[in-house]
Design a protein around this ligand. Structure first.
Ligand code: GRF
Length: 201
């Protein structure tokens, strides 16, 4: 399956995907990386791996819809079948979601539906005082962070945790879960029934 990745920053989840896709027999290939930020270190990771890395910044367009319309063009030019949001910090326009309906994955650093709709879910979890948080890989729908859940992993919160220490513990699980979810979709092993995603071994 041909996978396109949307990024905005560091790109450690992209790194996990690059490593996984390089495994013999991986059922998917990363064919393009698109960033809404020209300064994203994720772009260097993509280029180092020989993946075309394209920048489509908001400032070059009249509206977010126009910018993301260009992103859809880039994804289509590369015949992308599955889109993965890996640390992409914009909300997707309905047109993008419709263009890849049921074929967009996002990774969010909380156990959804807790701490949905924030770019600082780890900080929000600490501030709320939860004892367990984690990460979620879900399909993207028009409801922000609200689409069907493909995989989740729980992560404990310790007394001495800072936002940085908790984020690092969650990130390790993101790196494990995101490639696993891509493999499930690429292998046709995830069946969506309403809100629920049934996973076949
Ligand atoms: C991750 O924590 C992801 O869940 C969140 O943003 C962070 C991106 O990290 N949406 P990276 O760019 O993949 O290193």
């Amino acid at each position: 399956m041909r996978v396109g990745v949307l990024v905005s920053g560091r790109g450690s989840n992209l790194g996990a995907l690059i490593a996984d896709a390089a495994q013999p027999g991986a059922p998917y290939r990363l064919v393009v990386v698109v960033s809404n930020r020209g300064s994203a270190p994720a772009l260097d990771r993509a280029r180092a791996a020989g993946i075309p890395a394209i920048v489509v910044e908001r400032k070059g367009f009249d509206s977010r819809a126009a910018q993301q319309g260009e992103m859809v063009c880039v994804l289509r030019q590369h015949s992308v079948e599955l889109v993965v949001m890996a640390g992409f910090d914009q909300i997707l326009e309905p047109e993008v979601i419709a263009a890849f309906a049921g074929r967009i994955l996002n990774v969010h650093p909380s156990l959804l539906p807790a701490f949905a709709g924030t770019l600082h879910a780890q900080r929000a979890a600490l501030e709320h005082g939860v004892k367990v948080t984690g990460c979620t890989v879900h399909l993207v729908t028009d409801e922000v962070d609200g689409g069907p859940i493909v995989l989740q992993a729980a992560v404990p919160v310790f007394d001495g945790d800072t936002e940085a220490s908790l984020s690092a513990r969650i990130l390790a699980q993101e790196h494990r879960l995101l490639p696993q979810a891509v493999r499930l979709l690429a292998g046709g092993r995830a069946e969506v029934k309403g809100r629920r995603v049934a996973v076949r071994a």
